[in-house]
Design a protein around this ligand. Structure first.
Ligand code: GDG
Length: 476
């Protein structure tokens, strides 16, 4: 199906990191964006992932399969203030309901705004009048406002991949109005769930002086009309299911199966991030072992947790905490021929992950907060239809809104999670099949292609309205 988009123009994707062609296999989101770019021809702009003496001294260009890639380096100071400092030290914890972890410094906000200004400068020179621009995530909130200041009148959409907390929490962010009001410069703001949308509307209507117009658009205090809507991101359901089927015959998957000698496998796969609820998950597993001695030697928990954002203190701390916790669980419960937990701090290619998911009787996905959580969806897509595993899913992952046939839990309630583990391990085949079929139906209906087409269609439909400006600019 062709990507919906304005007639003739290119698609311009802007994100903090760019998935360059022929780099390591891109994830589902990157592949979907690449596919959309290839269909209409397009440009992908963002940070190169590299440091240099000066930010954006040059724009690195690459062309591949109808797609232009334009990336810029960051200086060490800009990286520290923009990426580590404000984006991941302030916004990420705030957006994940962790004001206690927010490290707010004026210099970080200055760096964040500075890098967004530089991005706007560079991007401005690359944009053509009929391009449709799609900006991704919390690193780039003010980008549209900065582009508008530079005269860009194109359609610009924004997708937030994280949750958006309630307005009462958002206002604890210093300078929140200065930052969040700039979202009104987008024509369309996409979020994962109805809860995120309510939070956005509540913030604009009750904290930022916006009003709701007929037809569901908002009018900002400065008079700009914009739309916000729900677009639950998804995965390449069919492609992933097929890969998982093939993976069964991989040598590495066979090795994992052999190593289990009939034990049931519980799997967790998460970036090492405090939002993913890993310490609580380990505690819940310890509780299961404590309360169900009959399961000893019959169950193995494999947690894959590739490190991320090592430049942020909290990420280094959680890594140490989990090493201690895994060591403690194994020290207490292991037998000479059985380790209850296998904890791995490295990343695996998707082709192996899909086979690991398929081997696992239980997928344990218990973030404290998560915009969507694609691992939950991938786990479901990878199951063997004849003998599917059970998904245990946090109520606070966006995915819980769609995957209602998972065993839904409060990740902070370790007793509830331990009970769900027991139930999942004992669940009869008929119930497993019924639950899986329902969830797979949802994922087949809303896959990653449906998601991106829905967003791009809505962006095309969103009238590009600016206060006082010509026929498109008449506020109504
Ligand atoms: C953000 C939001 C939202 C994981 N380990 C490995 C690996 N992965 C892949 C998974 C999955 C992706 O990374 C993780 O996506 P999630 O959605 O689970 O989580 P975040 O990274 O936090 O993503 C989230 C998402 O954006 C999209 O909007 O759902 O809420 O936080 O695809 O499979 N991939 C490989 N090796 C690994 O070891 N190759």
């Amino acid at each position: 199906m062709a990507a919906a988009k304005g007639a003739g123009g290119r698609l311009v994707v802007v994100s903090n990191r760019v998935a360059l062609p022929r780099q390591s296999a891109p994830g589902g989101l990157a592949s979907a964006l690449q596919a959309a770019l290839r269909e209409s021809g397009g440009l992908w702009f963002g940070w190169s992932g590299k440091l240099a003496a000066e930010t954006a001294a040059e724009v690195h260009r690459l062309h591949d399969a109808k797609v232009d890639y334009a990336t810029v380096d960051l200086s060490r100071a800009d990286h520290d203030d923009f990426y580590t400092g404000f984006a991941n030290g302030t916004l990420w914890p705030m957006l994940h309901y962790r004001p206690d972890l927010v490290d707010y410094q004026h210099s970080h906000l200055d760096g964040y705004l500075r890098v967004n200004e530089i991005f706007a400068d560079k991007l401005r020179q690359l944009i053509r009048p009929d391009d449709v621009i799609w900006v991704h995530d919390y690193h780039l909130i003010p980008l549209a406002a900065m582009l508008r200041k530079r005269g860009v009148r194109n359609r610009i959409g924004f997708f937030l991949h994280t949750p958006l907390p309630a307005a009462g929490l958002l206002i604890a962010l210093p300078n929140h109005l200065e930052l969040l009001e700039t979202l009104a410069s987008y024509d369309l703001i996409g979020v994962h769930t109805a809860r995120d949308l309510r939070a956005l509307e509540d913030y604009f209507l009750h904290e930022a002086g916006a009003t709701m117009r007929l037809g569901g658009r908002m009018r900002s205090a400065s008079g700009r009309l914009f739309r916000a809507a729900v677009f639950p991101i998804s995965i390449d359901t069919r492609g992933i299911a097929e890969a998982a089927g093939k993976a069964e015959s991989n040598k590495e998957i066979g090795q994992l199966r052999d190593s289990l000698i009939g034990r049931s496998l519980i799997i967790g796969v998460d970036r090492l991030d405090y939002s993913k609820g890993l310490p609580e998950r380990f505690q819940a597993y310890a509780r299961l072992l404590e309360g169900a001695p009959e399961l000893h030697r019959h169950v193995t928990f494999l947690q894959i947790a590739p490190p991320s954002r090592g430049s942020v203190l909290e990420y280094r701390q959680i890594r140490r905490e989990l090493e201690r916790s895994a060591g403690h669980i194994n020290g207490k419960y292991a037998a000479p021929d059985w380790a209850p937990i296998r904890y791995i701090n490295k990343s695996f290619p998707h082709r192996l992950l899909s086979g690991y998911y398929r081997t696992a009787r239980v997928g344990l996905v218990t973030p404290l907060r998560d915009g969507m959580n694609l691992v939950a969806k991938e786990y479901v897509a990878c199951q063997n239809p004849a003998d599917p595993g059970v998904l245990i899913l946090s109520r606070f992952a966006g995915a819980a809104q769609e995957l209602t046939d998972a065993l839904l839990v409060n990740p902070a309630d370790t007793e509830e999670v331990a009970d769900a583990l027991q139930r999942a391990l004992k669940m009869p085949l008929t119930e497993r099949r019924d639950r899986w079929r329902a969830m797979m139906g949802v994922l087949l209906q809303n896959d990653i292609t449906v998601w991106r087409n829905a967003f791009l269609q809505a962006l095309t439909d969103a009238r590009n309205v600016r206060a006082g400006g010509g026929p498109e600019g008449v506020p109504h």
